[in-house]
Design a protein around this ligand. Structure first.
Ligand code: ZN
Ligand code: ZN
Ligand code: ZN
Length: 314
């Protein structure tokens, strides 16, 4: 996706000029014309995807195909507190955010031009974040994005071979092995994947086969909030600072129901750090070959995260 106009966006404004804070009396107007709020969603002012996009400004050809960037790009501001991170929220507040995620998945997924809704969060300057106020984003794409499509295609092959959902099989295997589990409750399992790409990568997966947030019962949504609280707390206690990460949620495509048997709700957390002082960079093998090198063992990093989750210093 190209969005040339986005080069002018605000970079790391000071707290007094935060566009995601409430508009306070006598203060400058922000993106949110309210004196206080709980959770707010609005259309990104410089969106990468819009409902009625302009025609592409280059001509396509058979070799170089182009399409309008139709869809949506929303910002979810988690709270009106400039410093309140999800890790520090009460579970009840996290559950409200889960409700908002489900609401946006339903609303954007029902649009005719939308095939896939990706909910994500970029956290920390190491991840290129331009605004410190805790927030996430939603991209509603006009087609299934490649990483999600690869999972669906692979899961379809697994289903055709063995008759089971590969994610359900992974949940059962991780529960049985136990060594890569970071946290769990009755409805969700958080674990470092067997073939983790990033040292402290954590997947939070529904224990039963649910294609999206919309298929969760109310107690299951609360259980998701509870497990998130544990995982996010573990991330921040791991090295004693706010661990930068990218979180991306994989759910069912919204336009094509044939993927439901292989769509299994999970959140992938991809932290930037491989040690307290070193970042994991994507280099020759990752970018050139698509092969991730990971110099930690998932069993060891899971153990460190479990210790951090229980409050034991790393
Ligand atoms: Zn703010
Ligand atoms: Zn499943
Ligand atoms: Zn995934």
């Amino acid at each position: 996706m190209f969005a040339g106009h986005r080069q002018d966006r605000t970079l790391l404004p000071s707290e007094d000029h935060c566009p995601l804070c409430p508009t306070r009396e006598g203060g400058p107007p922000t993106e949110i014309p309210l004196a206080a709020f709980d959770v707010v969603v609005f259309e990104n002012r410089l969106p990468s995807l819009v409902a009625s996009p302009p025609e592409p400004d280059v001509a396509g050809s058979e070799l170089y195909q182009v399409a309008q960037s139709s869809g949506a790009n929303e910002v979810i501001v988690y709270s009106d507190d400039h410093h309140l991170e999800m890790a520090d929220m009460e579970v009840g507040k996290l559950a409200r955010i889960v409700e908002v995620w489900a609401d946006r998945f339903a609303a954007l997924g029902s649009r005719a031009e939308v095939e896939y809704v990706l909910i994500f969060e970029n956290r920390g300057e190491a991840m290129g974040v331009t605004l410190h106020h805790p927030h996430g984003q939603v991209f509603a794409y006009p087609e299934v994005p490649p990483r999600a499509q690869l999972e669906l295609t692979t899961a379809t092959a697994h289903l055709e071979q063995g008759g089971t959902c590969v994610f359900c099989d992974v949940v059962a295997r991780e529960r049985a092995d136990g060594v890569r589990v970071v946290a769990q409750n009755r409805s969700f399992l958080a674990f470092v994947p067997f073939a983790a790409r990033y040292p402290y990568e954590v997947h939070v997966m529904a224990q039963r086969h649910v294609p999206s947030l919309l298929d969760l019962t109310d107690p299951e949504r609360l259980a998701l909030a509870e497990v998130l609280k544990v995982v996010l707390g573990a991330f921040d206690r791991l090295f004693g600072f706010r661990l930068p990460y990218v979180m991306a949620m994989h759910q069912a495509p919204t336009a094509d129901h044939r993927w439901l048997p292989v769509s299994h709700l999970h959140l992938e957390f991809m932290p930037a750090h491989r040690t307290a002082t070193k970042l994991k960079y994507l280099a020759g093998s990752e970018l050139g070959g698509g092969v991730f090198l990971n110099d930690t063992r998932p069993e060891s990093t899971a153990s460190a995260l479990r210790a951090a989750a229980s409050g034991t210093p790393a």
